[in-house]
Write a protein that binds this ligand. Structure first.
Ligand code: TYD
Ligand code: MG
Length: 482
């Protein structure tokens, strides 16, 4: 007899509590704990529950469950383990395939999260249409919009005409998972899209759609459908205010791939990032731009505004940042304005607020700037998000430049991490950064002194040598502002 365990899961942070409480002791959210019953896994699968068989279930490894279990019980030297040859279906949208690690893996389950209006439905519909155009069958189950609304969107999308109009892209406006599963069984698609998982429900689960019980049961069912039929499943998940997937860690643990769609709704640029990927790297990002005809892929070369040939602008500094295997030239901008002493505003957009505060402190202590009464706004241009310490120097120079009304030079790129003592630290992948900056038109490179020689070699390899300026610390760097 299976034991039934009851616990309480926080809707916001996903942490589990043994008893109900008004306030989640982990994240502090009020009235967020939800009752959750689960059968004890040790007693075998619950009725209707499914053999998940790990990331690659029996459907893919070709080993029946029992044999696999027996084989797995004996330890083998790692050298003798056969590498997995993961088959992939490329969608033809290169930026999307890149994040997935080369294409959609049959039988895999992917969760795509992101803010409302960021373009999740658009991305999945485009991928679906592209696959359909390549002769793959896609079942697009929409629980948020009507089939007519989805059709309207498909008609807007560039290049999706053939696939979308063809017979390979099937639309189903239905939130009931039993119906969706039945249609999937009948039509045997290569890809099943659910938009969104939050509105899908099972009639036999006594909880509203979007509740943890429903999310978990529906997700388990979908994982089972994927693993047994080989159909890849992609589902949209909404995110909470804090940017976590709603119904949080629960779903992330169950699926193979978690993608996050980031960017600013008010900016054109969108970044798809793999948060978890059982079949590939989580370093890669896909870059898109939202246009009137859907998402278009962004080439590295067009991401940043042209660095060359522009007049010096105080408060604006370029820096190359790593994004997976690529380097993007990002622009950091800052603005300072007189505020109230003791109550000065500090706002970061696309940058880490804590890092900005630290850099402001370093500028005060080691750069001689008086910023205590200054409101400071700093941002990464174009909706990009920069989390790398290697962008420290660019941020500090943007703030100092805005304050002194002095610019860093039109075609200057700044590279370097700043320590609390005001020294410039080496960055990783310097050569790649230097080359990307030069390729994008930078002809002056401000780098940490320890890496000056390496930067010169890298710059010279790019042709007519760009000038490399070395700085040991923040003081030297500030002297380069003109
Ligand atoms: P949508 O994909 O519906 O976002 P999500 O599913 O993440 O909520 O669309 C996002 C926004 O993009 C929407 O406000 C309209 C806009 N959009 C375009 O600008 N161009 C287009 O071709 C499409 C389809 C949408
Ligand atoms: Mg949507």
């Amino acid at each position: 007899m299976a034991k039934v365990r009851t616990s309480y899961v926080c809707r916001d942070c996903g942490n589990v509590q043994p008893k109900w409480m008004g306030k989640c002791p982990d994240c502090g959210a009020w009235d967020a704990l939800e009752r959750f019953t689960e059968r004890d896994a040790a007693d075998g699968p619950a009725p209707g529950a499914l053999d998940l068989g790990g990331p690659l279930g029996a459907a893919q490894s070709g080993v029946p469950g029992a044999a696999r279990a027996a084989a797995a019980r004996r330890a083998v030297p790692i050298a003798e383990v056969q590498p997995l040859d993961v088959p992939r279906i490329p969608s033809g949208i290169d930026e999307f395939d890149r994040v997935l690690g080369g294409g959609i893996v049959p039988g895999s389950v992917t969760l795509l999260g992101g803010d409302p209006g960021i373009g999740k439905s658009t991305l999945l519909l485009q991928a679906a249409a592209a696959l359909a155009g390549r002769g793959r069958r896609v079942l697009y189950a929409t629980s948020e919009e009507s089939a007519a609304q989805v059709k309207l969107r498909a008609d807007r999308l560039e290049g999706s005409g053939d696939g979308a109009r063809g017979a390979n892209l099937l639309l189903l406006a239905e939130p009931n998972l039993a119906v969706i599963a039945e249609e999937a069984r009948r039509t045997r698609p290569d890809l099943l899209v659910l938009d969104s998982i939050q509105l899908v429900f099972r009639g036999d689960v006594d909880a509203p759609p979007g509740s943890l019980q429903q999310l978990r049961r529906c997700c388990l069912d979908l994982v089972s459908i994927a693993k047994t039929s080989g159909t890849a499943v992609a589902m949209v998940g909404h995110v909470t205010k804090e940017g976590d997937l709603a119904g949080p860690k629960l779903l992330e643990h169950l699926v193979d791939v978690v993608l996050a769609f980031e960017g600013d709704r008010h900016h054109a640029y969108r970044v798809v990032r793999a948060v978890k990927n059982r079949f590939g790297s989580t370093q890669e990002v896909g870059l898109f731009e939202m246009t009137g005809a859907g998402l278009t892929e962004v080439e590295e070369a067009t991401l940043a505004p042209d660095a060359g040939g522009r007049a010096t602008r105080p408060g604006s500094v370029f820096t190359p940042v790593l994004a997976g295997s690529r380097v993007l030239l990002a622009e950091v901008q800052a603005l300072t304005a007189t505020g109230f002493l003791g109550n000065a505003k500090r706002r970061a957009s696309g940058l880490d607020a804590g890092r900005l505060a630290m850099l402001i402190a370093v500028l005060e202590k080691h750069g001689g700037l008086r910023l205590a009464d200054q409101d400071i706004y700093a941002s990464a241009v174009g909706g990009m998000r920069i989390a790398e310490p290697a962008a420290d120097l660019a941020i500090a120079l943007a703030v100092a430049g805005a304050f002194h009304d002095r610019g860093a030079g039109a075609a200057t790129a700044a590279i370097g991490e700043i320590s609390l003592s005001g020294d410039l630290r080496s960055v990783r992948q310097l050569e790649l950064r230097v080359q990307a900056a030069v390729r994008r038109g930078a002809n002056v490179l401000l780098v940490p002194r320890a890496q000056a020689d390496a930067a010169r070699v890298a710059a010279r390899a790019m042709g007519p040598a760009a000038e490399v300026v070395a700085a040991a610390g923040i003081r030297d760097a500030l002297d380069t502002l003109a």
